[in-house]
Unconditional design. Structure first.
Length: 318
């Protein structure tokens, strides 16, 4: 059987044997995700009317979400997937409610950064970014308008000022600069690949470190969570992560798990309330169909201005 790969999966209690890749492994992983995700990953659940879109609630087993090591695994292939496998089509498209178009990237950064390519964040760099942010001139990764949209959202987000803030997804510390400008006391940044921070009040973690810190009870709680143009990529395989139709939902739910009561989520994702879609494997655009599930258990609090981009900022509270 030339060209077919095999993999042995070790679970907590036993070895699941040698499995043909990729379809049987994909099905196995799907069942492992679903087992611990529970009703969080049931995207047929009805919601109630909210200010901007429906409000969805679910019972979340936080310990199970962090114990499940398969959620953070790599896809293990030489190249990122170009198409959604047939066995995952219904889960990714929410039973054909989401349009799918092709937009392909292959960016294996998940744990693949070599020593010389590891980003290093310095105090002087961040000070310069903060200075530009205060003047409303920080370009960031997505242009001045999107940066200022994030800054606007942060001024409305409970827990950011004087708080301990989790930033999800960041290679350059422009979002961290905005959070510090908004008055945060401490930041922990969660990113696929390793980052070295020489900033005393900014710590960085990769997913494995984050997961283990939670399980070891050394992570602590956060007053706020901030993420901009990050979670919409989760589970699409673009950055080396395994295919997971609920990767985005789980990422935000984990943030909910580590946020204090009364804390907040400030999130910027591609947004069009009347048209949800997936650009596989690049990203997702959220509207009235999927956004309610992405924001499961979070209370809708503030919606920022749209600016000239499509990364609209929303603020939620716990």
């Amino acid at each position: 059987m030339r060209g077919i790969k095999f993999l042995t999966i070790q679970t907590k209690n036993h070895i699941l044997g040698k499995l043909l890749l990729p379809e049987r492994l994909i099905c196995l992983l799907l069942s492992l995700y679903a087992k611990d995700c529970g009703e969080l990953c049931d995207t047929d659940r009805p919601g109630t009317t909210g200010p901007y879109f429906d409000h969805i609630t679910a019972k979340i087993n936080c310990n199970a979400l962090f114990t499940n090591k398969y959620i953070d695994r790599e896809h293990g292939q030489k190249k990122a997937p170009k198409e959604i496998p047939k066995v995952l089509w219904n889960e990714f498209t929410m039973n054909n409610r989401l349009e799918v178009v092709s937009y392909y990237f292959d960016e294996h950064s998940l744990g693949k950064r070599k020593h010389m390519s590891v980003p290093i964040w310095t105090q002087s760099e961040v000070n310069g970014l903060i200075s530009k942010a205060k003047k409303g001139r920080l370009v960031g990764n997505y242009g001045v308008n999107n940066t200022n949209a994030l800054r606007d959202g942060l001024t409305h987000a409970p827990g950011v000022k004087n708080g301990r803030v989790l930033v999800i997804g960041s290679v350059k510390p422009w979002a961290e600069a905005c959070v510090l400008e908004a008055g945060a006391r401490e930041i922990v940044t969660l990113e696929y690949g390793k980052i070295v921070s020489h900033i005393p009040n900014v710590k960085t973690m990769v997913p494995y470190e984050f997961r283990m810190a939670y399980l070891n009870k050394t992570l602590g709680e956060f007053d706020a969570v901030v993420t901009f143009s990050s979670v919409e990529h989760s589970g699409l395989g673009r950055y080396g992560d395994a295919l997971n139709p609920w990767g985005d939902i789980i990422a935000v739910a984990r943030g909910w798990c580590v946020t204090k009561e009364g804390g907040s989520l400030t999130i910027g994702v591609e947004y069009n309330n009347n048209q949800d879609y997936i650009r596989f494997n690049a990203d997702r655009c959220y509207g009235k169909i999927r956004y309610p599930y992405l924001a499961t258990n979070w209370n809708q609090f503030y919606r920022g201005y749209s600016g000239k981009g499509i990364q609209r900022v929303h603020v939620f509270t716990k």
